[in-house]
Design a protein around this ligand. Sequence first.
Ligand code: ZN
Length: 368
Amino acid sequence: MTGNPIAVFDGHNDVLLRLFRRGGEAERAFLDGEAAGHIDLPKARRGGLAGGLFAIFSPSDEGSGGGSKVEELMATPPYDVPLPEHLELTFAQRVTVNMAALLFRIERASAGAVKVCRSAAEIEGAIAGGVLASVLHVEGADAIDPDFHLLDVLCEAGLRSLGLVWSRPNAFARGVPFRFPSTPDTGPGLTDAGRALVAHCNARRILIDLSHLNEAGFWDVAKLSDAPLVATHSNAHALTPHSRNLTDRQLAAIGESGGLVGVNFATSFLRPDGRRDADTPLEDVIAHFDHLIGKVGEDGVGFGSDFDGATVPRAIGDAAGLPALVEAMRRHGYGEALLAKLCHGNWLRVLARTWGEPRSERRADLAA
Ligand code: ZN
């Protein structure tokens, strides 16, 4: 073993939302580090977090927002968290542009330490050079107008991944509510606009994120999309019967498509009892890895931490705690080749395929 932790590329974080709410000198807080939050540059470096999808998420109002209230209500199962109505388009657009700008400002202020990557080759290069590789992702298409004007502009700016819907309904799809216990089969599938959005994402080779989408919508995308099926931050419904988790049938479809599931550290989606509780053992995280590997295959599982968007196990704590999880996976019996796939190799392969890049076999074992 070298002194460097294994490089982790992660499918989902909400650090931009945390920084957006924080205000003030957000770029400097990210680059210099601060006590609050799961991800900043120093914590990422300590934990081997080498890159990931950085989500833009429009909260239901600027002051408080969807996420934290939802988290509170998931403390005591059973629950069915009421969600606000759909967002007004211009509000969501303003927030989206603001949060995208925040990531670009971090990149500029970082003097080369952070890069907004637009291809898998760029991600590989950044990680190899010790640069934090961020990919711009939009969680929930609330800001996307029906003629895709903003989507085209965001795509030119660097957007490479889009979740059709968060748990709040929008013009394109219905998401699952935060409900436990519940299947993900909670409502109708995609609207006509949602079908058009899938075609547009395919044409522009934007990754379509299936996390938060309900089951009918999932099967619509599976039928319509020509890309690998990807759920950036979801777990196994067979272990934790939460609406946000994926059934074995869904997992099999993801595997058949050559897609990927990112394991979510949100304790409500990890624990058999669906409770939000930081006292959740690493064994619960590993149980989901085991189940997902069994159903999707060892080439179709990665990380999808939900850092800065959820209560994670205390044993991980924040991005600096990733080596504790990797070490527990190693003790559980995962070999180095499998760890390299789970930590970054699978994400890089699936992103390259989704984005239409020639398959790269290089760098199977990136260290951070
Ligand atoms: Zn999410």
